[in-house]
Design a protein around this ligand. Structure first.
Ligand SMILES: [Zn+2]
Length: 477
């Protein structure tokens, strides 16, 4: 018997075994809920506003459905004095696999089923059963084993509150299949590092605009005499003839007036195809800028947009504010959908209805805040050096952040008092920093009798599909 067969038989001997109940160290609490809301950008008042929550369907503050599995987590075990580590069957299999070099880890599936919402002060416990350890499989990340567990959550009084089916892949870094598209037939696209773009010509007429961009302030030229706003900058007002030019700080909001998609010629500094928009700003003038987080198919005339900033070029000369200085470019993404203040009724929702596109910038801060607010201290979600060592290109979203964002996307659209009954996610491409995630969704079923609805959600980035998920909800009838 070789090492891997021995490993597999030892790991598989644990299938069906159940861990000791893992009891949360702390009760469900309002501070932790508020941190979660900040990290997800979820402003649902049922989670944080006691007065609103008291009058809501919940009768008081509740924890978001997506937090079900965070409360019993052990904290930061490696650093803690007691070295807390679960004795659950998953941890035992992980220890076996890590001893054989399967040190990489990614979550693959997570399915939360919510019996009822949790309230501050409740102490949870989870009992985990190991459902499966797969044969060794070759995956894009490396050879590895899939581990499937099911955890039943209850209060310490024994009341069942929900369940989690969870699947992870433990893999050997550096054993992944070769990335596709490296064959010699395919012409290589030029490097897309934005600092390779030509630097803009900065002169006396447009200096104030570029100074504003560096401060992430969208300045629009304005005539000081007649107050006309216009684009592009000009030394003289075309309306009244004045040479007294100033600027207005625009809101950064606008609508898509027209667009083209640039495919060719391909020059360094850009990732092709490039959707380019003519954006009509709220203040009136139209400007040209790149569009981000949106595909050609998703472009629609009139779609609401908002500015975002690309710090594209470092300074060539310290302190320079002309073309040799640091350059920041305005670009536009679909406007963040607004949270609906009133909850929709089942009869108002129809099958096939589309959710508005949501483009979320992904930053190291968001990744780290998401992981810590879901009490996930795995280093690959906050420590770039260790993420590299474990075979990952960078830190990446933990699955609870992806699920929390998916919950926010759907509940923002349906309203604060919609009840989330299940959150199911299949994870694909990792969400790394600086790759915006584009969420889309649609209602796949609605039962006006029970108020039950299913919303399908995908979140994609340039690497592919990050999540494919469903949110099962119950709407007021
Ligand atoms: Zn004028």
């Amino acid at each position: 018997m070789d090492v891997s067969e021995d490993l597999l038989s030892r790991a598989r001997a644990l299938v069906g075994s159940q861990g000791q109940p893992l009891v949360a160290r702390h009760a469900v609490g309002t501070a932790a809920i508020a941190d979660w809301c900040d990290a997800m950008g979820d402003d649902n008042p049922c989670y944080t506003d006691p007065e609103y929550a008291a009058k809501s369907v919940h009768g008081g503050i509740v924890a978001p459905a997506a937090t079900l599995d965070i409360w019993v987590r052990p904290g930061l075990p490696a650093q803690s004095p007691s070295g807390r580590r679960g004795d659950d069957p998953q941890s035992k299999v992980i220890a076996l696999l890590e001893a054989e070099g399967f040190v990489g880890v990614v979550a693959v599936n997570s399915e939360l089923e919510i019996e009822r919402y949790l309230r501050p002060g409740e102490v949870l416990q989870g009992v985990q059963v190991l459902e499966d350890v797969s044969e060794e499989k070759q995956t894009g990340l490396g050879t590895g084993h899939f581990l499937t567990t099911r955890t039943r959550y209850s209060t310490t009084d024994g009341e069942h509150v929900g369940d989690l089916l969870f699947r992870i892949l433990k893999f050997k870094p550096g054993t992944g299949s070769a990335p596709k598209g490296e064959d010699s037939d395919t012409p290589k696209p030029p490097p897309s590092d934005p600092s390779m773009r030509p630097r803009p010509a900065i002169n006396r007429d447009n200096q104030a605009l570029w100074d504003g961009y560096r401060r992430h302030e969208l300045r629009v030229p304005q005539c000081r005499s007649c107050k006309r706003v216009f684009f592009p900058s000009s030394p003289r007002c075309a309306e009244c003839g004045s040479f007294d030019m100033g600027y207005l700080v625009a809101s950064g909001k606008g609508a898509l007036y027209s667009h083209v998609v640039v495919n060719y010629p391909q020059v360094p500094g850009f990732a092709y195809p490039i959707p380019v928009g003519l954006i009509e700003l709220e203040e009136g003038p139209r400007m040209v800028a790149d569009l981000v987080g949106v595909t050609r198919e998703q472009l629609a005339i009139g779609m609401p947009l908002e500015v975002e900033w690309l710090d594209s070029h470092p300074a060539l000369e310290p302190g320079a504010t002309d073309s040799q200085g640091p350059i920041t470019l305005p670009r536009f993404r679909p406007a963040t959908p607004q949270r609906r203040p009133e909850t929709r009724r089942a009869a108002e929702v129809s099958e096939g209805e589309q959710l508005p596109i949501w483009v979320l910038p992904v930053t190291p801060t968001r990744i780290t805040a998401g992981a810590l607010s879901t009490r996930d201290f795995q280093d690959v979600h906050h420590d770039r050096d260790l993420a590299h060592k474990k075979g990952s290109a960078d830190i990446f979203f933990n699955i609870n952040t992806s699920i929390g964002l998916m919950e926010r996307y759907v509940t923002d659209w349906l309203g604060p008092e919609v009840l989330v009954r299940a959150l199911r996610v299949k994870l694909g491409a990792p969400a790394y920093p600086y790759n915006p995630l584009t969420f889309t969704g649609s209602v796949t079923s609605i039962d006006t009798g029970s108020g039950r609805a299913v919303v399908e959600v995908t979140a994609k980035n340039k690497l592919g599909s990050h999540i494919n998920g469903t949110v099962e909800v119950e709407l007021p009838r």
